[in-house]
Design a protein around this ligand. Sequence first.
Ligand code: ADP
Length: 213
Amino acid sequence: MAKSPPLKKLPKSKNLVASVSTVSLPQREVHNGHRGAVLWFTGLSASGKSTIANELEAALFKRGCHVFVLDGDRVRHGLCSDLDFSEASRHENIRRVGEVAKLFAEAGTICIAAFISPYRADRDLVRTIMAGGKFLEVYVNAPLKVCEQRDPKGLYAKARKHEIRNFTGISAPYEAPLKPEIELRTDKLNVAEAVDKILSNLQKTCGVPWKKS
Ligand code: ADP
């Protein structure tokens, strides 16, 4: 795989002062009825990240929670439209999305970030910028063979024909999480079971009201 040059770093302003909100995070969380957090979905293409993220968003919304899904399509059209799928761009994509997800959590929202995010170091970096316990790594895990059989967007077929370069699992690496807070084997669980597994975790960690979906 050809390595692309690292992205150019812009100089940081020397005149930055930390801003203080007039509304504190605890006040927001009491107002919302649950804590804010980032649910970081990682996994191969077609493992089920978007499908489960969208179902989970609907289930949380139904419970009156403040929730928002960030995914590749949403950010690659705007915030990250200057980035490609080279290694350097993938790092920068996750760094930016991590910062945005952090802002959502600071606003008291449950932010579901659904990105392949193939590099462990990138995911660990997002974990380190978040306050303790606010980052929950969700490993959406299906074997490559299963993902390739599903292939809902025909991307694996294109990658096998070399029509797509740097495709995770085929011609680019995927580093699986070592200790995810939640693991979903989507070749064994159906979508409703996967959603319930996350909801039961969120009930304990974020005070989300429990209601069987
Ligand atoms: P990703 O966002 O990880 O690329 P998608 O959610 O877009 O994956 O696609 C996953 C595909 O697999 C969808 O067509 C979905 O209907 C199908 N699928 C089959 N079983 C499951 C499951 N248990 N969990 C999630 N998706 C599943």
